[in-house]
Design a protein around this ligand. Structure first.
Ligand SMILES: [Zn+2]
Length: 60
């Protein structure tokens, strides 16, 4: 799932066991999907949610 995240939130998600892959190279002003603030960040590809979103082969 693509998410716009600031750096601290991306790090926090990775910390919580998610796979957080940067999907862009340059920072821009975004609204972070986690903390909801306007900050500098980039889109990330976030996978590995341990929730019951979709139960198809996402957990390895
Ligand atoms: Zn954030």
């Amino acid at each position: 799932m693509k998410k716009l995240l600031c750096k601290p939130c991306a790090v926090a998600l990775a910390d919580r066991g998610k796979t957080v892959k940067p999907a862009a190279m340059r920072c821009e002003k975004i609204t972070c999907a986690e903390c909801g603030r306007r900050r500098f960040g980039i889109p990330y590809d976030v996978t590995g949610w341990p929730t019951r979103r979709k139960k198809e082969g996402t957990d390895k």
